[in-house]
Design a protein around this ligand. Structure first.
Ligand SMILES: CC(C)(COP(=O)(O)OP(=O)(O)OC[C@H]1O[C@@H](n2cnc3c(N)ncnc32)[C@H](O)[C@@H]1OP(=O)(O)O)[C@@H](O)C(=O)NCCC(=O)NCCS
Length: 191
């Protein structure tokens, strides 16, 4: 069994972004993100109704990180420190050596390649550092932006029906498929 320890939170950086730990100072931004009807459109979750909901969510997220059960990053623009969204790894399974990925961007910051940049870093981290063999994503069958992101990264749609929610498709990325897409990207960087 692989031991994963997040006592020292893994801050990740890319060309434009810094991915850091969620803090209580993010409560207004978390409220804005999780109460937005457009962002919530294809998500199967209870929207934030009050700031207290956002504070409780932040506490829950950081408790889970303390227990080494999941990781949740705030995505910020490095230059301006602007909060643009979040990305997380959760549902760790030792049995299948897999985890699930979730992500969301404030509307204003969609369509700029930000999630592609953040997700690439997080996926690499999940495979190389956390040593998962498989990453799973559940996405609504009408969620075109999310589906596009996943297929761009070589996630394959599972033929297995989603028993809990039939409107959601299950996508899986294996380490082997990830290495393949990374290799293709080096040959064609504009992909
Ligand atoms: C899913 C979600 C994160 C995708 O966001 P996104 O901005 O479309 O995805 P990316 O950051 O990868 O950006 C890709 C787009 O930016 C464009 N782009 C602009 N500048 C770019 C750049 N410098 N580099 C790369 N792409 C760039 C791309 O062409 C692409 O546009 P296209 O979709 O028209 O082809 C977003 O739609 C979202 O937050 N949705 C609500 C929450 C949600 O549904 N989450 C999914 C849970 S399963």
């Amino acid at each position: 069994m692989i031991t994963r320890n997040f006592t020292s939170f893994p801050i990740l950086t890319t060309e434009r972004l810094t991915l850091k730990q969620l803090s209580i100072d993010d409560q207004q931004n978390i409220f804005a993100l999780r109460s937005d009807t457009e962002i919530n459109k294809y998500l199967d979750r209870e929207p934030c109704k009050t700031i207290e909901d956002a504070v409780n969510f932040i506490t829950k997220v950081n408790d889970n990180i303390k227990k080494n059960n999941s990781l949740y990053w705030v995505i910020t623009l490095t230059k301006t420190k602007t909060f643009v969204g979040t990305i997380c790894l959760f549902n760790f399974s030792n049995e299948t050596n897999s985890c699930e990925i979730g992500y969301e961007l404030m509307i204003k910051f969609q369509g700029k390649g930000i999630m592609k940049e953040a997700a690439e870093k997080v996926i690499d981290y999940a495979f190389q550092i956390l040593q998962f063999q498989k990453i799973v994503a559940h996405t609504h069958n009408k969620n075109q932006n999310s589906t596009k992101l996943l297929t761009r990264f070589n996630f394959l749609q599972s033929t297995e029906a989603n028993k809990e929610n039939p409107d959601f498709n299950i996508f899986t990325l294996t380490y082997l498929n990830w290495q393949t897409i990374k290799y293709i990207s080096t040959k064609n960087p504009n992909r």
